[in-house]
Design a protein around this ligand. Structure first.
Ligand code: AMP
Length: 282
């Protein structure tokens, strides 16, 4: 496994492989890797000849400076995990490598469509500009044929697909299933911040989603939302940002059971940690 910190070094390693027509996959991450990330590497290995994993805690997508500061960075552990998973290249750039003018923000903006401002976009202003800015830069650096993202960040995948369409990039975007702990909690790098109590309380999020999924054909969406929100609001230490049943294409709330690709999405603060999760309903 080769580890590089600069775009030019990475491109030097990749270009002979790309000239020889190897299919290159990219798995972008912010590190603090867990089994969810490794599942993306494993799926990428099935699709491509060469897998590049990037580790970069992207400052432009954080809306809360404290969240950025306390984001876990267990680099040695991450490298060991990627080595064991058989990843081929790790790209770990500095902030200056990706944003030469940092901390002065770059003055460009991508039209991501109306869904940019819903859900996470409403609670984390500018978040998806930051996300798509870094993914665009990573795509330009790696020039992958295919890139893998987790359904865990459902809206993120949608925004990246919109970004790829916007720039006509010849890159296939694959959304991969959510990996959960045995008790249902969606794996997340932020789970490390949960106290034992928070960890128990956080379970209500996947339980409420599962309740909605199990009863989707029996109850109206309003009834489902009422019960799910009640479950969450009755749990101590959990502060709900949103729970919605939405059209998976537009992210607009829907009561129409005929909409294909309907999804329940939730975000809540559990203690001091903000978590998101979702479940496809049909
Ligand atoms: P992050 O390091 O949190 O930016 O995540 C990097 C990638 O891993 C993103 O595409 C996430 O959606 C994905 N990911 C994070 N958690 C999970 C999970 N529990 N299951 C599957 N993919 C995940």
């Amino acid at each position: 496994m080769e580890i590089t910190n600069t775009i030019s070094a990475l491109q030097m390693l990749l270009s002979p492989l790309q000239k020889a027509k190897s299919k290159v996959a990219l798995v972008p991450t912010m590190g603090a890797l867990h089994k969810g990330h490794l599942s993306l590497i494993k799926i990428a290995q099935q699709y491509a000849d060469v897998v590049v994993c990037s580790i970069f805690v992207n400052p432009t997508q954080f809306t809360d400076p404290k969240d950025l500061e306390k984001y876990p960075r267990p680099l040695e552990h991450d490298i060991k995990m990627l080595q064991e998973a058989g990843c081929n290249f790790v790209f770990m750039p500095t902030v200056k490598e990706m944003y030469p003018t940092f901390p002065t923000p770059e003055d460009w903006h991508i039209d991501l469509g109306a869904a940019e401002f819903l859900l996470e976009g409403e609670f984390r202003k500018g978040h998806y500009q930051g996300v798509t800015q870094i993914v665009k830069k990573l795509f330009d650096a790696v020039n992958p044929d295919i890139a893998f993202f987790g359904q865990k960040d459902f809206q993120q995948v949608l925004m990246i697909k919109n970004m790829v369409k916007h720039f006509n990039m010849p890159i296939e975007i694959v959304s991969c299933p959510i990996i959960r702990e045995n008790d249902g909690l969606a794996m997340s790098s932020r789970n490390i911040h949960l106290s034992q109590n928070d960890r128990e309380n956080a379970l209500v999020l996947s339980k409420a989603l599962q309740f909605v999924a199990d009863n989707f054909n029996k109850l109206s969406n309003d009834e489902l939302l009422g019960k799910a929100k009640l479950m969450i609001n009755e749990t101590n230490g959990v502060e709900l940002d949103y729970f919605t049943i939405a059209d998976g294409e537009t992210l607009l709330a829907t009561t129409n059971k005929e909409v294909k690709n309907t999804i329940a999405l939730v975000a809540a603060k559990v203690g001091e940690t903000r978590l998101i999760d979702n479940m496809l309903l049909n």
